[in-house]
Design a binder for this molecule. Sequence first.
Ligand code: KIV
Ligand code: ZN
Length: 396
Amino acid sequence: MKEKILVFDTTLRDGEQSPGASLNVQEKVEIARQLEKLGVDIIEAGFPASSPLQFEAVERVSAESGAVVAALSRAVEGDITSAWKALQHARKPRIHTFISTSDIHILGKFAADRYGRTLEEKRRTILKMAVDAVAFAKTLAPDIEFSAEDAGRTDPGYLAEIVEAVIAAGATTVNIPDTTGYTWPSEFGRKIADLRSRVGNIDQAVISVHCHNDLGLAVANTLSALENGARQAECSVNGIGERAGNASLEEIVMALKVRSDLHNFETGVTTEEIFKTSRMVSSFTGIIVQPNKAIVGENAFSHESGIHQDGMLKNRQTYEVMTPESVGVPKTSIVLGRHSGKHGLKARLESLGYALADGDLESVYRRFMEIADKKKEVYDDDLRFLMGDELSSPSS
Ligand code: KIV
Ligand code: ZN
């Protein structure tokens, strides 16, 4: 029996916090519909207290979604009330409340006159605010997530104390964010294992992780946390989010699927919907997907070098660890360019309807290389032109 990993998608909340991204309400509703088709378990629809547009988006997504819909709030009653109001029509509402717990954040963000003069005083205030927020949210909804912002840099003893207290106050999910993308995979995995050993009531809540990608380690950190007891992965489509972004949904899901030999996990994601979702998010947010992005980049299933093309023509598994169809990409593309070999060229010409006699390939390849040296990619129209030219040339 496989263990289910809950996929918590934050494209509409943290993802939309990407510099340059902005989504209107209708676009958010359409992305939420697609996320549901994709099969994510939780859709974080926004941060209702932060703006009227965010409030409306959470309301609209709530009204039509069958998935759990989460709304973010700071650990203060006003935000929590606003989140709850926006979630009124959700079939499965979740209030997600957060507060910073690392010393860097506590000392840097919370003023002495309101929160205490010393670090110790401030820590006590934060602990009380976290517990009060969760207890208040629990009077409104049964499904409560608490996030310890900057948990990645939080003192382990203090983190355990807060996590135990918020679970006792009613949190059903405790999220351990690596807010600044600072941790290292084995270190972050140990952090989760350590938390489980310190917190007596940890089994009463799902452990979630939310990793940012400042050092390019968000997906690795997430996988390491799953190996150490986390059962919810927070992520976004195309990895968009604050600064360098969040852990990418498609990379986590496909890593779990392709390397199922290494663990006993499964997600509920319909992977064939990944590419369509990626393109929708890119076009609505205006954030392009880098060509070499794993799983959904333009080049993720393209092969250019002659050796690779030759291998692919013999057996796709030589250079592909998953099929493009498995993530909804129509097909592998053999890109013809200056690194391509004769086999790749011959196969493409055949697919275009040109059958070459053995003796002709050499001269066609020579002409092809002249074109390839001048261009980044040789397109089908270039080949048609080349073949027309070849056939009419007196020497051919
Ligand atoms: O990165 C972070 O810590 C967050 C929290 C609000 C969950 O986005
Ligand atoms: Zn975040």
